[in-house]
Design a protein around this ligand. Structure first.
Ligand SMILES: [Zn+2]
Length: 167
């Protein structure tokens, strides 16, 4: 999936979870973090592209990692603990989890177990960058508009976005 699709999914999830601005920002980062980490690790190798192809969608795309981080964020940093750190940790973990769920829709899929290329799960719904992804992105935006339809109807888009960000 493209980063735009990932970020729409992650930010949309943060909005549905009613996370404050710090959580929404963290979700936008978390939504691309699994790919960013793979790129960083590959950057340490001489043959960057080969290394990337070998490691991409490995451990960083294992749902258990993000579920674990989500549980940790919920357990260790409850939102009431801090106005910034709590929502940020939750948003980051939720964004990362949304990333691997979205990547599961593509043929390459995600690993069911960490540290192995075997036993991958894929719903084979759409290819990265293909028409299917654009349709999926449009469907996500439509879904979000539907979810927030009352506020959009009552207040309009600008005021709804302001309220979501707590401005
Ligand atoms: Zn990815």
């Amino acid at each position: 999936m493209r980063w735009t699709t990932h970020q729409v999914g992650a930010v949309g999830l943060a909005l549905i979870l009613k996370l404050p601005a710090a959580g929404i920002l963290a979700a936008a980062l978390g939504g691309i973090l699994p790919d960013l980490i793979d790129q960083r690790i590959a950057g340490c190798f001489h043959r960057r592209q080969q290394a990337f192809n070998r490691i991409h969608r490995g451990f960083t795309h294992w749902p258990g990692l993000w579920l674990g981080l989500l549980a940790l964020a919920l357990a260790l940093i409850p939102p009431q603990f801090s106005a910034i750190a709590g929502p940020f940790a939750l948003g980051l973990a939720a964004g990362g989890l949304s990333h691997v769920v979205l990547d599961m829709l593509t043929p390459q899929g995600i690993p069911l177990l960490p540290f192995t290329r075997r036993g991958r799960v894929s719903l084979k719904l759409c290819r990265t960058g293909g028409l299917g992804e654009w349709i999926f992105l449009a469907a996500m935006l439509a879904g979000l508009a539907f979810w927030f339809r009352e506020s959009l109807n009552d207040r309009g888009l600008a005021a709804t976005l302001k309220a979501m960000l707590g401005l």
